[in-house]
Design a protein around this ligand. Structure first.
Ligand code: DC
Length: 224
C-alpha cells in the first residue's frame, strides 16, 4: 500500500489523537501530534522566562529549539532540548500557554517548517488544527473531527480522573470553550475545516468506530 500523508484536524478533545494513534498502529504509520509541539514551545518560553510579546527573544528561542517526537504505539514521547517533557506539557498552565503561543506568526512558521520535514517521506498521520489547510494542503486524506463540547469535556474529565487529577467538569468545559474560540479566531492559520476534508462528528462514536470509519475511507480509496 502506498505511503500516504493523512491530516486530521479539529478542536481539542474531538477524538483526534486517540484515533490518529490507533490508525497509525493499524497502518504501521508514524503519528505526529503537532499540538505537542506548540505545547513544547510554550514550555520552552516559560522555562526561559520569555514573555510572549518579546519577539526577538522568541526568535532566538525558536532558532535553537529542538523538539523530538519519539513514536511509540502506546503514546509518543516528547523531548524538548534533550529533556522528556511528555507529562509536563499536558498540565493546565501549558495547555493554555500553547494556545496563546500558537497565535504568534514566527512560532507557527518554525513549527510548520519542522512538521513538513517530519512528514516529507509520507507514511505519516499528523493531527492538529491547520494540517489539512496549511501544513499539508495536498495531503492524500484530510479528516476534520468535531464533537459536542459537553461530550468533549466529559472525555477530558475521564482522562483526568484516570490520572488521579480532580478538576470539575464545568472548569474543563469552560477551558475548552475558551480554547476553541482562541484557536479558531486567530488571524494566522485558524482552526478551520479544509474544503476537501471529510467531516466526522464523533459525539456518539466510540474510538474503535472512529478508527474503523477512517480506515474504510483510506482502504476504499486504495482499492480503486
Ligand atoms: O492538540 P492540542 O490540544 O495538544 O494543542 C494545543 C494547542 O496548540 C491548541 O490549543 C492550539 C495549538 N495548535 C495549533 O495552533 N496548531 C496545531 N496544528 C496544533 C495545535
Amino acid at each position: 500500500m502506498q505511503k500516504y500523508v493523512i491530516a486530521i484536524d479539529g478542536p481539542a478533545a474531538s477524538g483526534k489523537s486517540t484515533t490518529a494513534r490507533q490508525l497509525a498502529k493499524a497502518l504501521e504509520y508514524v503519528y505526529i501530534d503537532t499540538g505537542a509541539m506548540y505545547r513544547a514551545c510554550g514550555l520552552d518560553a516559560l522555562n526561559k522566562g520569555i514573555r510572549l510579546d518579546d519577539l526577538p527573544a522568541l526568535q532566538q528561542m525558536l532558532a535553537q529549539i529542538s523538539i523530538n517526537i519519539i513514536y511509540r504505539p502506546e503514546g509518543n514521547r516528547i523531548i524538548l532540548n534533550g529533556e522528556d517533557v511528555s507529562q509536563r506539557i499536558r498540565e493546565a498552565d501549558i495547555t493554555r500557554l500553547s494556545s496563546e503561543i500558537a497565535i504568534i506568526g514566527i512560532v507557527r512558521t518554525r513549527m510548520v517548517e519542522l512538521q513538513r520535514e517530519m512528514g516529507s517521506q509520507g507514511g505519516v498521520i499528523m493531527d492538529g488544527r491547520d494540517i489539512g489547510t496549511v501544513v499539508f494542503p495536498h495531503a492524500d486524506f484530510k479528516f476534520y473531527m468535531v464533537a459536542d463540547v459537553k461530550e468533549r469535556a466529559l472525555r477530558r474529565w475521564k482522562e483526568y480522573q484516570a490520572k488521579g487529577e480532580n478538576t470539575s467538569l464545568e472548569a474543563i468545559r469552560q477551558e475548552l470553550i475558551w480554547r476553541d474560540k482562541n484557536d479558531s479566531s486567530r488571524a494566522i492559520s485558524p482552526l478551520k475545516k479544509a474544503d476537501d476534508a471529510y467531516e466526522i462528528n464523533t459525539t456518539n462514536m466510540s474510538i474503535p468506530q472512529q478508527v474503523d470509519y477512517l480506515l474504510k475511507i483510506i482502504e476504499g480509496a486504495n482499492a480503486h
